[in-house]
Design a binder for this molecule. Structure first.
Ligand SMILES: *Cc1c(COP(=O)(O)O)cnc(C)c1O
Length: 386
């Protein structure tokens, strides 16, 4: 047996050409706006070490949530601008300069710390100003932006490249359908507040920072007025619509296939419960397959007995409690063998059967974002189409 990587039969196949197609479709849709793709959280679970170097030539900027992710990208050899979107501690500002990362400035103390670091280093730190238009997470609230922007005009040591805000309504769950109309008009309210903040520059007859940006995936699909100079797609870059009822104005497709193989096959007699807690027992004799994937891999325990699994191109019911490292599937009367192919999420090309991130999200009572970002480090990422 050759030492091919991975030895483990459970792995996540990532189709890089599909990611490229997704980003090109987004670019065509938003042109002439620039595209910053969000590669936070291990590229939404896809594996940053494979996704980032491949996608870099096709994007204008890259976004991450935390400083460490930005440093990791620089260490991978990424040279394009990297925006760190999350909040940060004041004492970490020097790292942004050291690794040439764009700092999100969301408060006056952070602005002053950045100005100080730049001044002392004799090098301009690149910053984007963060306006809070109704998320109440971080950022200068739109109604108090004037004095803050006044302050930024005095920071001669900073390269103030951008100004942005973030929408609060991108990942509404299905149960909240009723509230969606108001969520959508809330985005319009946020947009109006952002435009009002930008009037600060108009009134003084000075240019805004060159990159004004607001749009996440939902806004790219629903709100063309939100594009400004750049957009920030996350989930849709990975081929997943942010919500059930967004306008599907851009054609995208998922790049993930979560694969495994049966490691055990047996007949279970009627009445004999399967797995921990004896949650489920067959009413008649059935064939049961064991899959070497469990909740430590991100196949959530709370989905137990709910998801479907594709085995040999056909969909079957997962049964019994999902264990840490394994789970069982009810093959009914069908026979199978150890080594037969399993798809936990993705499309079986031959049969056309599919299990989507939305399917698993529904089983787990969460959104597609959590499903994708929780596929754990133990699951090797295999990049195809490079
Ligand atoms: C994660 C994130 C995005 C992308 O959101 P999606 O809903 O995945 O498109 C955009 N902007 C910021 C600031 C983010 O943190």
């Amino acid at each position: 047996m050759s030492e091919i990587d991975p030895l483990r039969p459970t792995y996540l196949e990532v189709n890089l050409q599909q990611l490229r197609k997704n980003v090109e479709a987004i670019r065509a849709h938003v042109a002439p706006a620039k595209v910053l793709v969000m590669l936070k959280a291990n590229a939404y679970g896809h594996g940053i070490e494979g996704v980032a170097p491949f996608i870099e030539p096709y994007v204008d900027q890259i976004g991450v949530a935390i400083l460490d992710e930005g440093i990791q990208l620089r260490k991978l050899g990424i040279t394009k601008p990297i925006l760190v979107a999350g909040g940060t501690l004041l004492e970490l500002v020097p790292y942004y300069l050291k690794y040439d990362l764009t700092l999100t400035v969301s408060s006056s103390p952070l602005l002053q710390a950045a100005e100080e670091v730049s001044k002392n280093a004799g090098k301009k730190l690149k910053v984007h100003l963060k306006i809070d238009t109704g998320m109440e997470r971080s950022g200068i609230r739109w109604y108090e932006a004037g004095p803050f922007l006044e302050e930024t005009l005095k920071c001669s040591h900073l390269d103030i490249e951008g100004i942005y805000t973030h929408f609060a309504n991108s990942e509404t769950l299905e149960e909240e359908l009723e509230e969606k109309k108001s969520a959508f008009s809330y985005a319009s309210d946020q947009l109006a507040r952002f435009t009002q903040v930008l009037d600060f520059y108009k009134e003084r007859n000075i240019p805004t920072p060159p990159l004004r940006h607001t749009a996440n995936s939902a806004a790219i699909l629903n709100l063309p007025e939100s594009y400004f100079d750049m957009v920030r797609p996350g989930v849709m870059f990975y081929g997943v619509y942010p919500d059930e009822d967004v306008r599907k104005t851009v054609e995208i497709n998922t790049a993930l296939t979560w694969r495994s193989s049966l490691v055990y096959f047996k007949k279970t007699r009627a009445g004999n419960p399967v797995s921990y807690g004896s949650l489920w027992a067959p009413e008649h004799d059935v064939n049961i397959g064991t899959i070497p994937c469990g909740y430590a891999d991100g196949y959530f325990r709370r989905m137990s007995t709910l998801p479907k699994v594709i085995v040999n191109g056909k969909k079957y019911q997962q049964v019994g409690r999902i264990c840490m490292d394994q789970c069982m599937v009810n093959l009914e009367a069908d026979t199978a063998e150890v080594g037969n192919p399993v798809i936990l999420m993705g499309i079986d090309e031959a049969s056309g059967e599919r299990i989507t991130p939305e399917d698993l999200a529904a089983c787990a009572g969460t959104n597609t974002y959590e499903v994708m970002t929780n596929i754990s480090a133990r699951v090797p990422r295999v990049f195809i189409g490079n």
